[in-house]
Design a protein around this ligand. Structure first.
Ligand SMILES: C[S@@+](CC[C@H](N)C(=O)[O-])C[C@H]1O[C@@H](n2cnc3c(N)ncnc32)[C@H](O)[C@@H]1O
Length: 323
């Protein structure tokens, strides 16, 4: 497979024909991304890594973000044979996949949903009706003089407006370790080249990304709410297409890690609800027996994704497809 070209609707199956090489960017900048296999039990040997350019659209550096999956999801969406009337990302987080679908106009409409009110504040400013609020946020970002005391004062502040809440989220996301927004996350210490809190602070880039997204807001609806409700809302629409990227399952290795304010969901219920939707769905999950058991129980296809860290550690993730 030529992984360097942009897929078109002429491409064959919409399903995930393995092995499919994945290209990566910097969801985790120090990771290289590997290939996939068909079986959750027997991974294929690791193959060439092609770390190429995935355009970063999100203003977030999101823990568990799926920027690296963008090329594969793009191929899947364009190969479905039917243009989605709506592309739904119920656990949006940094929304790298949904944003790509919106910017590349791969669906009539994109619905992003997120429960965390801090994350939601950023999306509400970007996709909301108020230019004043968006301009206020952009100016705050561009004029901020980041020092550790300033960062701490913003993080400890109690926002009074949507803009202030969005600004606090951006500061937390850029200056806390791993971009983690959950309570208890500490500040980046040395960071890149010892730049500390400044090491992930690129104000012009952030504002440019947000301005681009604001330009396509007529195609994007953001909802602050529960993923299950959004899935239910679109369940009867056969042309609704879903990218589901929930928090890790309870039995996974990362189950203890507090990456998100809302870290727990009912995974069994999620599989049941997805089995009932009329549209097509791709789910990204940690590789556990619990998850592959649920996928098999509902007759979903399982593909395995291998990611190789720069320390040569192989990390697994499952891509589960409901056709
Ligand atoms: C794995 S992350 C999504 C990352 C995203 N795909 C990206 O590329 O950045 C899961 C997200 O689900 C959110 N979440 C957890 N429970 C939720 C719920 N019941 N409804 C909506 N969102 C929820 C978390 O706050 C978190 O942002």
């Amino acid at each position: 497979m030529n992984t360097d070209r942009i897929p078109t609707s002429q491409d064959s199956a919409g399903s995930l024909a393995p092995p499919f090489a994945l290209q990566a960017n910097f969801a985790y900048p120090d990771w290289e991304i590997g290939l996939t296999g068909t079986s959750a039990e027997s991974p294929p040997p690791f193959r060439a890594v092609n770390v190429s350019q995935v355009k970063q659209l999100s203003p977030f550096r999101y823990p568990g973000g799926k920027t690296w999956l963008v090329p594969e999801v793009r191929r899947w969406v364009t190969g479905l044979g039917v243009r989605p009337s709506v592309f739904v990302e119920p656990f949006a987080g940094g929304a790298s996949v949904g944003l790509t679908v919106a910017v590349e106009n791969l669906a009539d409409r994109v619905v992003l949903n997120e429960l965390d009110p801090d994350v939601a504040a950023v999306w509400k400013v970007i996709f909301g009706p108020s230019d004043d609020c968006a301009i206020w946020l952009f100016e705050e970002i561009l004029s901020a003089e980041l020092t550790e005391p300033f960062v701490r004062s913003i993080i400890d502040s109690e926002p009074q407006t949507l803009g202030e809440r969005a600004f606090r989220t951006i500061i937390k996301n850029r200056c806390q370790r791993g971009g983690i927004l959950a309570p208890g996350a500490g500040l980046v210490k040395a960071g890149e080249k010892g730049r500390g809190v400044l090491s992930r602070w690129y104000p012009e880039t952030l504002v440019k990304r947000m301005t681009t997204l604001r330009g396509i807001r007529s195609r994007v609806e953001f909802i602050e709410g529960d993923a299950f409700k959004v899935i239910e809302h679109h369940a009867s629409n056969p042309a609704a297409t879903y990218m589901i990227d929930p928090p890790y399952s309870l039995s996974g290795k990362k189950a203890g890690a507090r990456l998100y304010l809302h870290n727990r969901i009912d995974h069994e219920r999620l599989f049941v609800d997805i089995s009932k939707v009329a549209g097509k769905c791709l789910m990204s999950y940690d590789d556990t027996q619990e998850v592959s058991g649920l996928a098999k129980q509902h007759g979903f296809d399982i593909n395995k994704v291998l990611m190789k860290s720069s320390h040569h550690k192989i990390l697994h993730e499952l891509l589960i497809e409901k056709t």
